[in-house]
Design a protein around this ligand. Structure first.
Ligand SMILES: [Zn+2]
Length: 162
């Protein structure tokens, strides 16, 4: 019963092209201007950031652009202890799901400015933008999220968005 665990290490790389579509294209362009834009579903009123083009719950096209806040709440996170090829961050670091104020769906981004032992659900965070000339039509225009110093959001404020 003392069989050794079997481990296979293999580099994996995927390359693909995706068309952004109209809504996501507007969201990406807004990031270059330092604004975060999502889209609201005309049926359930959920705001998707970044835009997805259609509401996966209602199956309808999203057409109303909504500017959301650059502040939000950390609703979940993971501590990364494995170096990644495209990140030169000291380990460990935190990647988390941020629910922006005015949005209904969290998205994943880097969290900085706090020891990993102090990171917690409900932490209030703000986007830190890269300088304007360096921005791209990408979420990489946001360098990271950092704590705002506000009191943590209570669990009931974000529990339906996990
Ligand atoms: Zn909907």
């Amino acid at each position: 019963m003392s069989e050794k665990p079997r481990v296979s290490l293999a580099p994996v790389r995927l390359e693909y092209r995706a068309s952004a579509g109209r809504g996501l294209s507007r969201s990406l362009a807004a990031l270059m201007e330092g604004r975060i834009v999502g889209q609201r579903c005309p049926v359930c009123a959920k705001v998707y950031v970044p835009s997805r083009g259609a509401c996966p719950s209602c199956g309808v096209v999203l057409s109303e652009d909504v500017v959301v806040s650059e502040t939000g709440t950390l609703v979940s996170f993971c501590v990364v202890n494995i170096p990644l090829a495209d990140r030169s961050l000291p380990l460990p670091y935190v990647h988390g799901s941020v629910l922006l104020d005015g949005a209904d769906i969290p998205f994943s981004h880097l969290l900085q400015g706090l020891p990993v032992e102090e990171v917690r659900m409900g932490l209030r965070v703000r986007a830190e933008w890269v300088p304007g000339p360096e921005r791209k039509p990408s979420l990489e225009s946001i360098r990271c999220f950092r704590p705002t110093g506000e009191p943590d959001a209570p669990f009931h404020a974000y529990m339906e968005h996990l």
